[in-house]
Design a protein around this ligand. Sequence first.
Ligand SMILES: C[S@@+](CC[C@H](N)C(=O)[O-])C[C@H]1O[C@@H](n2cnc3c(N)ncnc32)[C@H](O)[C@@H]1O
Length: 288
Amino acid sequence: MQPSGAWALKPLVDMTPAEFYDWQTLLEERTGVVISEQRQAFLQTNLSARMRELGVADYASYYRQVTDGPRGAVEWSILLDRLTVQETRFFRHRPSFQVLEHYLGERLARAEVGEQPWALWSVGCSSGEEPYSLAISAAEVLRDSERPAHFGVTGTDISLNALSKARAGQYGARKLEQMDIELCERYFDAQSDGRFKVVPSLAARVCCARLNVLELAKAPMSGMDVIFCQNLLIYFRRWRRREILNRLAERLAPGGLLVVGVGEVIGWQHPELEPVADERVLAFTRKG
Ligand SMILES: C[S@@+](CC[C@H](N)C(=O)[O-])C[C@H]1O[C@@H](n2cnc3c(N)ncnc32)[C@H](O)[C@@H]1O
């Protein structure tokens, strides 16, 4: 028998084409994320790393483990974080946030007494930078108004790990480097460990929940004023991107704003939506 240290370093063999197909299909069926053949090495490396941790020697045994009922579900949620990209930043695509702030400014100018608080939604919110950026934009627009808390942001993601980071709302100093210093001071509290925590008044306006975007039919969201869906659909097949955008469009309130990542869908149209006339962004408003 080999010592365990040597075993841990032993490279796993290449997947067979059938194994690659099984893993690729499992990931796509469960998340929509497509791993192309060019990214087989990425899949192998990440599966192998997890298999080593568990002491599982071959892909087929691990596949059975991951697909084995409730126990498999726990393992799947761990694996998911290794196979999906969760990279994100505050105010990641500035022009999209500029369009949002302009839109909210106009909404505020037209606001009527008794209007419902604005409902904003970050689809594929990762560790929270996007929903908190949406919240900061809304808070800034409303800051000098009579109703500074007239909004709520929902962040949804498939990853429980990402969601727990989003709920914690604590970020290292480097995460805030690109942000306007005034916004940092207004919306984050410095912690004794050098990290920064979202201030309670802003955190209270943001809620994060698990939602697989392939299961939008189960989502209770409706009448949303703003939906941001950025850097999620790029990992999906084109027909699925359109399908999801059609479902998101149905969740928008009349006059609501849908913002998608630039280039993430080409030539998509919806009879109820009008494109925002700004070539820096891919955004639509719902008629009415
Ligand atoms: C690259 S991050 C994008 C984060 C943020 N929207 C941004 O633009 O910075 C993609 C996120 O989508 C999530 N994701 C992947 N598949 C998903 C699915 N089927 N349903 C919901 N979220 C999913 C991942 O967990 C990840 O957090």
